[in-house]
Design a protein around this ligand. Sequence first.
Ligand SMILES: [Zn+2]
Length: 283
Amino acid sequence: MNSENYYEIIQQKDHLIIIREKFDEIDPRYFTIYTNLYLIIGNNECLLIDTGCGLFPLKPVIDKLLNGKKLNVVNTHFHWDHIGANGEFDNIFIHKKERRLISRPLNLSFLKDAPNTILNRYSDINLILSPAKRITPLNGGEVFSLGGIDVEIIHNAGHSPGSISLYTDKGELFPGDLARYGMVLLPSKEYLAQVIDSLEILINLCNEKNVNELYPSHEEFNISKDILTDLSNHLKNIDDIWENRKPNEVNNAWTIEIDKFVLLINVGIKEREDFRKRLRLLK
Ligand SMILES: [Zn+2]
C-alpha cells in the first residue's frame, strides 16, 4: 500500500474531485467507512477541503491534480481525521476558534488499541502527526475566488465549536461533519440546540440558493438537502427517541440508531450515573 493506491480519486465534475480514504481500515470502532476530502478547481486557484488521517503522504497526490495552480487548504474542523496531513502544506485555513487546537503536534496514541495492521504505518512517525507550518484563522463569511467559481465559508458550530461549511456558487454545499449519514457526533443533549441552529442556517441557504447537492466529509456524497431537515427533526424530537439510547463505551457516548443515522450523543453530567448503570447491564 502507498499513496497512489491508498487514496481513491473520483472526478465528480470538471471543477470537483473527491479524494477518499477508507476510514474503517484505520479504525472500525467509529461506525465510519469513508473520509471524503474535496478538491475544488477554479480557473486560477484550487481549494482543498480537509487533509484526512495523514496515514499516507497526501500532498504528492494533490499536486498531480493542480496543473500548477495555487492551492488553498481549509480544515472543516480540528478533529484528527480531517487534519492528519496538515504538516505537508505551507498554510492551513481553519475557524479562529480552533486555530490553537491544530497548532501543536497531534498524538494518536488513542488509536493504539485499534485492531488493524494498517496502523503500523503510524509507528514510523511514533503516532505523532506534525502540525501545519502556518495557520490562518477564518471568521466565517470569507469568499475564496478561485476563478470562475466562488467558495464561501459558513461558521456552523455544533459538531465542534469552530466547525465550518463551504458553499460554492455552482450550487454545492460541503457541510463537514455537521450532517452525514452513518455516525453523527453530537454534543450532550442540553447543547443540541446549537446543532439544530446550524442545520437551520444550511436549510435556509439551500432553499434560498436552490442548492440540492451535499458533499459531507464522511460516507455518501452528492446527497439531497433532505438530510438536513431529517437530522434536524430527529434532534428537535430527541425526547421521543431517548428511550432507544444505548451506552457506547469506546466513544463514551450514547448511541441512538434512527433511519440512516447513528446519533452519537455525549453523556451529559446528569446522565453519568445512568450511563454507567446501563453499561454494567451490558456486561
Ligand atoms: Zn469531526
